[in-house]
Design a protein around this ligand. Structure first.
Ligand code: VAH
Length: 317
């Protein structure tokens, strides 16, 4: 029997595309999308949608009971840049939403949980190149702290209560269907939109800031793959390292110039530079590749081609 799925934070950058994919896999009526408001009307009108506050335990529990939910994808969070502006709000949302979902799983109300972590769990003392699955994690952002502590709680609830929670340390994610919000890697999405609209972009990270990144299709595939994997194959219950490509603002600008020679790039680093400088530049995801056969599909050239093609349709139609 198909899962009955609740996506919390369905209107976000990942949630938007995850909702579409899960509805393709499980059937529209088996995937309840939810968010704190109805800011994405096309999502609200594309299938079952409920307004849900990720910080409200009773509201989440009632939703699970009313819709007979057995699986939750918890995608709501305040990201790295926003978390530095509103630290207590980031702690409240990122941590309490996780506790609510883990406790619903512990009580048996739901059977399976997906919770996204991030390369933001790493900090300036983490080995920067080919960062291993098990290493030093001393994050310097509130967002990174919530992800590091969240991973510990996921491991605890799995080991202590048998909760089937699965997690991925997403790198920066690039997509064209929904804008990211409040992230340090958002420049890698904004640049494509500005290239089409203005033919130029001013990067808030310096030209040589090398960060792990991934095209959305790869991120969505990884998410559905880990959730479909046999539980006995999963050796990591904190969160899996995941990697695809790493690039600098200069390299993504050059990939755009290869298709749009007139594109102009300038650099004006802001407060997000210090966040980016605390993160690794490449990730070792060999454990994910071994445990659940993960592999990425998009390199920088292929991603740029897809982004420019899709955004030209959006802005030039
Ligand atoms: C952010 N996009 O920039 C998120 C992500 C690795 C970065 O977690 O905060």
């Amino acid at each position: 029997m198909s899962s009955k799925i609740l996506i919390i934070g369905a209107c976000g950058q990942i949630g938007t595309e995850l909702t579409t994919k899960l509805r393709e896999l499980h059937g529209v009526d088996n995937v309840i999308a939810s968010d704190i408001n109805t800011r994405k009307l096309e999502l609200v009108n594309s299938g079952p949608f409920v307004i849900l506050d990720a910080k409200n335990f009773n509201a989440i529990k009632d939703c699970c009971i009313n819709h007979n939910i057995d699986t939750i994808y918890l995608m709501a969070a305040l990201l790295s840049a926003t978390g530095e502006k509103y630290p207590m709000e980031a702690w409240d949302l990122n941590m309490n939403s996780l506790f609510h979902v883990l406790n619903l799983a512990k009580s048996g109300q739901i059977k399976k949980v997906f919770w996204p972590s991030s390369i933001a769990v790493f900090g300036p003392t983490t080995p920067r190149e080919n960062t291993p699955q098990h290493t030093i994690c001393e994050p310097t952002t509130v967002y990174g702290i919530t992800k590091q502590v969240g991973e510990r709680w996921c491991q605890y609830y799995h080991d202590k209560y048998g909760v089937d929670v699965r997690s991925i340390r997403y790198p920066g994610i690039i997509s064209h269907k929904a804008m990211p919000g409040g992230g340090t890697t958002d420049y890698a999405v904004e640049i494509y939109h500005e290239a089409i609209k203005e033919g130029k972009y001013e990067s808030f990270l310096s030209e040589d800031t090398n960060l792990p990144m991934m095209f959305m299709d790869d991120a969505i595939n990884a998410t559905t793959q880990i959730m479909a994997a046999p539980a006995e194959d999963l050796t990591i219950r904190s969160s899996y390292n995941l990697s695809a490509i790493s690039f600098t603002p200069e390299e993504i600008a050059d990939s755009i110039k290869a298709e749009m020679p007139e594109f102009k790039m300038t650099y004006k680093p802001d407060f997000r530079q210090a966040i980016a400088d605390s993160w690794p530049s490449s990730i070792d995801d060999s454990v994910a590749r071994k445990d659940w056969n993960w592999s990425h599909d998009f390199d920088l050239k292929k991603m740029t081609s897809e982004m420019l093609t899709q955004l030209k349709k959006k802005y030039q139609s």
